[in-house]
Design a protein around this ligand. Structure first.
Ligand code: IMP
Length: 184
């Protein structure tokens, strides 16, 4: 099954290629423009992108919107994650958590897919905590400060296969693969 992954983030493209390649998909990478609307949920952003890309002759494709939701900050940065990373950065997030005991957080991912003219969305979550300082050089974005539950290290300290096995995106990709395999 051929699937084009639409993203301008090379880190996401690599994770999709690893995970879906291993599940028997033939992956292509595309970088199509889609305006990220300001919305309250990841799914609204994804549905908007799907509708913006509709009719462009892209074949079967998938894209994702993800966010880091920190409990002590009432879910911030959440849907504002890319803005927060660009502006206050990882150090800014750590400063906001200075002196807070509760460092629990979760990554969430919503994947939207257009397959044989039908559109679907799937979700994945990964619970964890925010580290006190960044560590690791792998991955991208907030990976150096996110420690998934049950692990000692951050996402940035894991191999891509280990991260994909437990991450929000990896779980959403599993759900996508199952949904698409039902359709063929
Ligand atoms: P978006 O899905 O590209 O809008 O991502 C929102 C922000 O969260 C971006 O700054 C990403 O770098 C970051 N992000 C998304 N997924 C991950 C991940 O798997 N690990 C770390 N940061 C991520």
């Amino acid at each position: 099954m051929k699937l084009r992954i639409i993203t301008s983030n090379p880190g996401k493209a690599v994770e999709f290629r690893h995970a879906l390649g291993g599940l028997g998909f033939d992956i292509e990478h595309g970088d199509e423009d889609c305006d990220e609307i300001q919305a309250d949920t990841l799914q609204e952003v994804v549905l908007s992108c799907l509708s913006q890309l509709r009719g462009r002759g892209l074949g079967d494709y998938a894209l994702d919107d993800s966010g880091l939701f920190i409990d002590a900050l009432d879910g911030f940065p959440g849907v504002y994650s890319s803005y927060a990373l660009r502006t206050i950065g990882i150090d800014g997030i750590l400063r906001l958590l200075d002196g807070r005991e509760d460092r629990s957080a979760r990554f969430e991912c919503c994947i939207g897919c257009s397959f044989r003219g039908e559109e679907l969305t799937v979700q994945g979550k990964c619970e964890g905590t925010i580290a006190h300082r960044p560590s690791g050089t792998g991955g991208f974005g907030f990976d150096p400060i996110f420690v998934p539950s049950g692990y000692d290290g951050t996402f940035a300290e894991m191999s891509i296969d280990v991260k994909n096995g437990i991450s929000h995106r990896g779980r959403a990709i599993q759900a996508l693969s199952a949904a698409l395999k039902e359709k063929v």
